[in-house]
Design a protein around this ligand. Structure first.
Ligand code: ZN
Length: 401
């Protein structure tokens, strides 16, 4: 990297400090950070569109630089961050700190760092807007961390605006290594209601913890069954779909038959496998076996399952215009796959070829003292420089076939 860093490094760091100062935790209203980005872009003369969630409090933001033409490249990042507990931080998580080459703050790497680089480069793209062979779109989404609820709205929102980018770069922190596939994920919570009673008189009660134990054992068996049929040649580790129970809460006291129990669980399915099929098997067990057995004890028993999120898999494409673009701009390393979710599948649903690549380390995500290095900021800015050169040089190549 060049001595003294990228010429736009300080601009990007100043923008990052602004972005980190907004407490844009998932599910919280995000009008303040969206307004801030709108005004940054409006000052450059860049057009933006908002997409409001039904609650009127959370927004996606879309911007276009260059011609209102079909095709184009979309750069995407999420506005939301995971919460920051006070412990483990050397300062306020929402005040960016700069220490020995690191920028520390909640969202610094995941993924306000990428957003800051994009905003720092926006003036350069806007200055050369007339030379852009096709439009550059910037997409800012809400609630990625809890199930891509913002990105889920993107296919309809883009279609309603006649926006049809042909490829998307999702700038999640991957250490600038390209990824083009991930598993789908369903996050679930199941509430079991039995009948409480005194432990000394079991005949009166229906123990919700016993029912939860049977349900957990069923999920465990199903997970074991998935593990016995790995997909041949799958790039995923492990090469099979997984189910897992993460938490169990229930009961009041040792001498009381548990009236309530709750389990939090998840299903991660390989691309090409339907996670709903696994989900349906668990529901069938509840409906035909577990719940009837409870109701035989007392008809008031209930089991209710909520699907908190349902993120589809990102399916690796070949050939991939997005992977070829990254090959020309940055690295010829073949794209890899990961087992965590991104907004990418929804851009794929909208017809885009999707690649996940961005600056900063995955190991720093969701941690106390989350940071991005100045060197990573330079890398991201250099990547965007090269993208600008590519998009204004008339060398953007279509993938044949
Ligand atoms: Zn992220």
């Amino acid at each position: 990297m060049m001595a003294g860093g990228h010429p736009r490094r300080e601009a990007a760091i100043a923008l990052l400090a602004d972005l980190v100062s907004f407490h844009s935790i998932s599910l919280q209203p995000n009008d303040d950070i969206v307004s801030h980005i709108e005004s940054c872009l409006a000052a450059l003369g860049v057009e933006t569109w908002r997409d409001a969630h039904e609650d009127g409090a959370r927004f996606n933001l879309l911007a276009r630089i260059g011609p209102a033409a079909p095709g184009g490249v979309l750069l995407s990042g999420h506005l939301d961050v995971v919460p920051a507990a006070a412990e483990g931080w050397g300062g306020d998580p929402f005040t960016l700190r700069r220490e020995t080459g690191r920028l520390i703050g909640r969202g610094a790497v995941d993924m306000k760092g990428f957003l800051a680089m994009v905003l720092a480069m926006a003036p350069a793209f806007q200055e050369r807007a007339e030379q852009l062979a096709e439009p550059l779109y910037l997409a800012f989404t809400f609630d990625e961390e809890i199930g891509s609820f913002g990105a889920e709205r993107m296919p309809a929102f883009l279609a309603a605006n006649g926006v049809t980018p042909r490829l998307a770069i999702v700038g999640e922190p991957t250490g600038m290594n390209p990824f083009n596939g991930h598993k789908g994920m369903i996050e679930l919570v199941t509430h079991i209601r039995g009948v409480a009673g005194h432990a000394s008189r079991p005949a009166g009660g229906v123990n919700a913890i016993y029912a939860a134990a049977r349900l957990i054992a069923f999920i465990e068996d199903l997970a074991a069954e998935c593990a016995t049929s790995p997909q041949a040649d799958s790039p995923f580790d492990p090469p099979f779909s997984t189910l897992s129970v993460g938490t169990v809460t229930g009961g009041e006291a040792r001498n009381i038959i548990a009236g309530e129990c709750r389990i939090d669980w998840e299903i991660r399915a390989l691309p090409g496998q339907d996670p709903h099929q696994l989900y349906n098997r668990v529901m069938a067990f509840i409906d035909s076996d577990l719940l009837p057995a409870m109701k035989a004890g007392d008809p008031a028993c209930e089991i209710a399952t909520q699907m908190l999120s349902d993120v589809p898999p990102l399916v690796a494409q070949t050939p991939s215009a997005a992977a070829e673009l990254v090959g020309r701009l940055w690295t010829n390393e073949a794209p890899q796959v990961v087992s965590f979710g991104t907004d990418g599948p929804y851009f794929q649903q909208a017809g885009m070829d999707v690649i996940v690549i961005g600056p900063g380390g995955m190991a720093q995500m969701h941690q106390p003292e989350e940071f991005i290095t100045e060197a990573a900021i330079d890398e991201g800015l250099t990547f965007l420089d090269r993208l600008l050169a590519e998009m204004t040089g008339g060398t953007m190549q279509e993938v044949s076939g």
